[in-house]
Design a protein around this ligand. Sequence first.
Ligand SMILES: Nc1ncnc2c1ncn2[C@@H]1O[C@H](COP(=O)(O)OP(=O)(O)OP(=O)(O)O)[C@@H](O)[C@H]1O
Ligand SMILES: [Mg+2]
Length: 463
Amino acid sequence: MAASSAFMAGSHVWVEDPDDAWIDGEVIEVKGDEIKVKCTSNKTIVAKTSSAHPKDTEVPPTGVDDMTKLAYLHEPGVLQNLKCRYDVNEIYTYTGSILIAVNPFQRLPHLYDMQVMKKYKGVALGELSPHPFAVADSAYRQMINESISQAILVSGESGAGKTESTKMLMRYLAYMGGRVDNSEERSVEQKVLESNPVLEAFGNAKTVRNNNSSRFGKFVELQFDQRGRISGAAIRTYLLERSRVCQVSDPERNYHCFYMLCAAPKEEVDKYKLGNPKTFHYLNQSNCIELDAINDSEEYLATRRAMDVVGMSQEEQDAIFRVVAGILHLGNVDFAKGKETDSSQPKDDKSRLHLKTTAELFMCDDKALEESLCKRVFVTRDESIIKALDPDAAALSRDALAKIVYSKLFDWLVEKINVAIGQDMDSKFLIGVLDIYGFESFKTNRCLTGMLCFRHLRELLFL
Ligand SMILES: Nc1ncnc2c1ncn2[C@@H]1O[C@H](COP(=O)(O)OP(=O)(O)OP(=O)(O)O)[C@@H](O)[C@H]1O
Ligand SMILES: [Mg+2]
């Protein structure tokens, strides 16, 4: 809170504003706990001193690259500095060892090419312009020089750019710790980088905030040998949003893989008995089916290629997509009242057909599947009691099955990727990168990502 006594006529201040968050101006009068301010926008306002902050008039018009240089590290000062830098195309800014990224919402390839990586190699944090490569380089050098494992925490609200920033960090670490290897086999770091499209196909979805929102947390652990070369890696995922599988609100989408599979080449679509996504209950609850910048057919082929690269066989890939298709068919099974009181059965021929198709795709018995949805078994000490479920309860069982199957599929995929990448049990140190959503409830500070390098983040997070 600002100290009211600090303000006098002529003071430069920031005052809270309902439209612009903060506006700046000069105090023309002080009366008790109120100040009259002549704003830069020319309007004159009266504000409580408690909602005003002093303004640093010495800040250069293009801002400072490290905000610890600011005279006042308060919200309007920070936001103004980030804005000034953004206006001159500087999307990264430090606050000490924390890197803040402002989402540019456009591809900036020149910021991340090989020349830039070379430039940041071995240069101390703060010597060059703020950049995720500098954070990654600092983690790498500290690991080598002090023989201590490191971790980088990437946090920010949805759509801020955490996943994109994580990819930049990983690319740099792969560059620093990669092997010059002419063999045909893909290196650990290539496999880690190429596992991204697979995880994103199954764990990302379009939300109101972000067309490619990660609906899970991810901790990637890169293991290094004595010489600082990447020798293994492990991906750990957390808290996949299961409810999205059977409940999607407008204008969001379900997980990308469902739409991709519906847009696959015709023979695949026929094989899995799919069709227009609008015909599936788990997809048509929202009007959003297609995305402007994403072509689901191309994404399907790209995901298949990425699956090849991370070492998934054709049989495994087929099994994965059978499960995905099976979930869509399962969602189309509706229930009606059965012959007995409070019992249920598939509603009509259409529901029976979807149930049969689900059973075929899941490779299970269709009668057993129907029983498991329409009945519940209670196991007591002496016996098992079978209770019929009414149509509403059967629909809940169906959704519960869809969610659990999908989350098991996701865990299986992660496990499979980990086996393909391979861990180095003898590794001496590691660098972990955590991409996990943080402060979702901010109203005004949109699109900021913070990156911070820790020692032993694992201990910090009790992972
Ligand atoms: N550095 C960047 N360069 C170019 N585009 C970016 C950058 N950072 C973010 N974007 C754009 O913003 C979108 C959202 O970014 P990203 O998916 O990384 O957000 P997120 O913080 O991971 O969100 P969520 O928590 O929803 O997963 C990206 O799809 C991309 O279009
Ligand atoms: Mg993300």
